[in-house]
Structures are given as C-alpha cells and as structure tokens.
Design a protein around this ligand. Sequence first.
Ligand code: ZN
Length: 135
Amino acid sequence: MSSLQNWIEKASKWSNSIVPNIVKVLNDARDESRNCKLLVAGQFEFEVQNGSMHYVVNLARRTCDCTDWDIRGIPCRHVVLGITYRQDKLENFTDNMFTKDRCMGAYSYMIHPIPDPSFWPPRHRCKSYKLEASS
Ligand SMILES: [Zn+2]
C-alpha cells in the first residue's frame, strides 16, 4: 500500500512530460542518431542513411522503414534525426501512453485496504458452490 503512495508522490515530481525510462530511451536514440546521415525529401519526409542501410521516415504518417517506431511508439534513431532537424520536440512524436499524465491516471484509483481476516464474515454465511463433473 505504502509503496504505491510512494510511487505516486515520486511520479508527481517528474520534470518531463514523458516517463523517465522513456526519456532515457529517447536520449539513447538521440545519441545513436549521430551516426546517421539525413537527406531531406520534404517537410515531413526524410531518408536516413545508417551504415549501409537507407530508411524512409515520414513524420506525418508516423512511419519509419525499420518499423521500430510503429511497434514501440517511441521514435527510433532515424525518426529522432528528422525531428531534430525540424527542431521539434521528441515528446510530440512519442505515444501518449508514455506521458506522465497517462501514467498518473492509471494509478489514480485508490486501492482500498483489506481488513484483517478476523474481521471477515463467518464462513457459514458465505454460500459455497461445488463444481460437478459433466458426464
Ligand atoms: Zn527507424
């Protein structure tokens, strides 16, 4: 019980709009994007060269050829390069399920404490059911 309350208090102090472990993933992707080369095709469309591979990124459709962004909802290194070029925020292209508000909302419901079993109603008041084998 107290660990949930501790977590809620700790989470309320997060400075980013994205949960901390996803911020780390985004920072790692930013670091990895430094090894990539960006070719601008349009306002929202890019080709990213990563080693010998080429990936098409479309920010408007939220797609990258590596499919990492589609699967995880977190921009991959190729997408991060395009977002950085546009001087946009990585958070704007990260799935809403990783936002602080969404996470806090999931844990906003109270878990009521359970009384000691000695305070539970006597067993004979509970109706019991027996399963019968089907023939
Ligand atoms: Zn990618």
